[in-house]
Every structure is written in C-alpha cells, then in structure tokens.
Design a protein around this ligand. Structure first.
Ligand code: CTP
Length: 406
C-alpha cells in the first residue's frame, strides 16, 4: 500500500496499554512521523512499566499525557479537548484489561476517559496471552466494541512472550500503519450516488390527540441510512415518528403519515436506489375528526372507518422515468417467510426484498434475522445486530452499483 501523502497532517492520538508488546509502539510512532502524521500519546499506568514517557515524548516530539488529574489541573476540559483534537485514536497494545474497561465504559484513568469522551474513530490493536484473547469475556468485549464501531487490527498468530503459541501478538507496526491509513481513508464506493431510505412507523391520526401506529422503532432503517452514508452515498432519510436520533451525515425529512411519507419520497427523487424500510400503516382513518372525539357517557364507542394508504414501495417501484435503478422493500412476515416474500417482491414490482420473521422479538429489538430475496433466489443471513444487517445490505448495494454502468 502506498501511504505517501496519505497521512501527512493527520493527528493520531496513541493510547498505549500496559503489555510486553508496548515497545513496538516506538517503531509505530517512528513510521507515523515518517509519514508526516502528528502523534500525541497517552500512557496508562501499566504502560509506563514497559515504555517510558520520555522515550515516547522524544519520538512524538509532543507532550505525553499520563495523568487525568494533571491534565485537568491545566485546563478544566483537557481530556475532552485531547480526544477531540485527534483525527483517529489508536489503542496499542489494547490489552484484555483495557478492552474490558472500554467495553464497560469506564473512565477511571486518562486513557479510558479520553476513549469515552471522544467522537472520533477508534482503532484497537489487541495484544495479550492467547488464552486471554480466546476467553469468552474478551471475545464478547471485542464483539461489543466492534458493534459500536471500533476498528480492529490483529492480533497476529505466532510464538508469544509467555512461551505459548496462537493469536495474541500485537500486529507488526507496518500493518498497524496500513490499518490507520485505511481507517482515515475509508473506501467510498457509493460516492456520487443518491440513496432514498424510508424508516420508522407512520402515525395515522384519529383526531388531534389520538393516532393509529405500530411497534417499528426505526432502528433498522436508520442504521441502513447511516451505513450507506459511511460508504459515501448522499442519503435522504424519510422518517416517521421515532425516538432514535438522526444519523450523522444524512439529510432527514421528518413526517407523520403515510401520505406525507410518499410526498417526501417523490419530492426527493431522482435517486439511484430506494430502500423502503418503514413500517407504513396500510390504512388511515377516513375523515379524521377536526376536534377531539368526546366520550359520551352511555353512548356506544365510535366506529372508525378506514381508507387505504398509498403503497410507497409499489409507487417508487412502478416503471417510469423517475424509477430508481434499484428498489428494495422489506417484508415483515409471521409465517411462510420465503414464499410470502417472493410473492411480495413480484406484487410490489421491486428488485430486492429483505424479508424478516417478526413473530419473535424483532420489532423494536436489537437484532434481525433476514432473508434477501432477489431475482437470483433467496439468501438466508444469520441472526445479526441491526447495524450489521445494515452494513451488509449497504455493501451489497455498493457491489450492485460497482457492477452496473453509471
Ligand atoms: N410499504 C410501503 N407503503 C405501504 C405499505 C408498505 O412502502 N403503504 C412497504 C414497506 O416499507 C415494506 C414493504 O412495503 O418495504 C412491505 O410491507 P408489508 O407491510 O410487510 O407488506 P404489505 O404489502 O402490507 O403486505 P402484508 O401486510 O399483506 O404482508
């Protein structure tokens, strides 16, 4: 990988954990400085048994921080500024203990406080005894951190200082350097593409204070919008009422009803792809009451007359000059998942259907188990966190557009 110019001027905050491999960070700092990156460093108390602040300071040519309190003495917001001033935080070596403290969200020293306070990407290079690495606790911590967006490089496999053999060695400094370059310059295969995503439920008013809704949280659709934006797409997210925050780097149009959602979608065209993840209400109340419906003692409950809502997915998928090149729908099914989803794909006229079984805890939950239905057939994905489903779907979209002409 040619790194020339790639890292010049980039600000790396190196967080050095206490492990026998800590000496390798001196070589990493040397490589980073050669690439003209600026490096500042935080050493944990344990790290100082393996490398001295003085040697790190000499190589980084900047002040090395070790104490939370000395930093706070200097400036009330020191640790916040330290974490925000960097382009990337690199934890090397990331010991089992440091990973556990990161996963738990502890802030009991400067290193963990900075990691908790940062809004910048974090790359971790684990190093520890092979059994500590393979321990279920460490693996669960790594999985949790990866789910939260922490990147990992290594560990490598090989003979270890403790006379054991296996995964646990700190990656070599050139490999960590390459991972740093990749983290700072993530691929943007969807750059120049416009992706339209619908998400969340719709609220269909009965009167000014009551509405019909469903259990959709918007987590899946919002995660898809975020994943597409991370791949460089310009994303318009048309969202029903949700409590999840607007994803970063995405243009969000907030709507309440299915009719408003359709209007916002058509106003957002043209788009290269439309991904309809919203749980749109199939019906709205015909003749919404202008004033709150009063409860009259002794009177029968009011009857609600329903009207059919427009089908946003079918509308976007209908042939025409403004049809997005790829239209993706979701199918929430409680039985005959593949057969119903395949039939739905044909009925709605869309290209792909992401089908999920909602008979369990999917709606509003953390994970999703989906089947992707395309013209080529049905592909079963394993049970994954909704963020991971989103990442995979975004990668599939990127592959699709990479394989088709502009
Ligand atoms: N959808 C839509 N507009 C609607 C209803 C659904 O855009 N008015 C979209 C959803 O966003 C989803 C797909 O259609 O992508 C499937 O929705 P679903 O409710 O599962 O299917 P239905 O067509 O309503 O069929 P059924 O309820 O019979 O399963």
């Amino acid at each position: 990988m040619n790194l020339a110019g790639n890292l010049a001027g980039k600000r790396i905050l190196l967080i050095v954990g206490g492990g026998i491999a800590a000496y390798k960070v001196l070589e990493l700092i040397r490589l980073l400085r050669k690439e003209e990156a600026s490096v500042s460093a935080v050493l944990t108390a344990a790290a100082q048994h393996f490398v001295t602040p003085l040697s790190v300071q000499a190589l980084t040519e900047s002040r090395v921080c070790t104490e939370l309190l000395s930093l706070t003495d200097e400036n009330e917001m020191g640790h916040i500024q330290l974490s925000r001033a960097a382009d990337l935080l690199v934890v090397a070596p990331a010991t089992a203990n440091l990973l556990a403290r990161m996963a738990a969200g502890l802030a009991d020293d400067l290193a963990t406080t900075v990691l908790l306070a940062t809004d910048k990407p974090v790359l971790a290079a684990p190093a520890m005894n092979v059994r500590m690495w393979q321990h279920a606790a460490t693996q669960a911590n790594v999985a949790l951190l990866a789910q939260r967006g922490v990147g990992f490089v290594g560990p490598d496999e090989g003979p270890m200082a403790c006379n054991e053999y296996g995964p646990g060695r700190l990656s070599e400094p050139p490999a960590i350097l390459a991972a740093i370059a990749a983290a700072l310059h993530p691929p943007r295969p969807l750059a120049g593409r416009h992706m339209l995503v619908t998400s969340g439920p719709t609220h269909e008013p009965i009167d000014p204070v009551r509405y019909i809704a469903n259990r959709s949280s918007g987590r899946q659709g919002h995660a898809i919008a975020a994943a597409l934006a991370r791949l460089g797409a310009r994303v318009t997210l048309v969202s029903g009422p949700v409590t999840v925050p607007d994803p970063a780097g995405v243009a969000v149009r907030h709507v309440e009803t299915a009719e408003q959602m359709l209007a916002a979608c058509t106003a957002s065209l043209p788009a290269d792809a439309a991904i309809c993840a919203a749980a749109v209400a199939d019906w709205r109340v015909a003749g919404t009451a202008a004033a709150k419906i009063k409860k009259v003692p002794g009177a029968p409950p009011p009857a609600l007359a329903l009207a059919t809502n427009p089908d946003i997915l079918a509308t976007l998928a209908a042939p025409g000059p403004s049809r997005p090149r790829l239209v993706v729908g979701f199918a929430a099914e409680t039985e005959n998942l593949d057969a119903n989803a395949t039939a739905k794909r044909a009925r709605k006229g869309c290209d792909w259907i992401v089908a999920n079984d909602v008979s369990g805890d999917v709606m509003g939950g953390e994970a999703n188990e989906v089947h992707l239905v395309t013209a080529a057939g049905v592909e079963a994905w394993p049970r994954l966190a909704k963020e991971e489903v989103a990442r995979r779907l975004a990668a599939r979209l990127a592959d699709h557009f990479a394989g088709s002409a502009a």
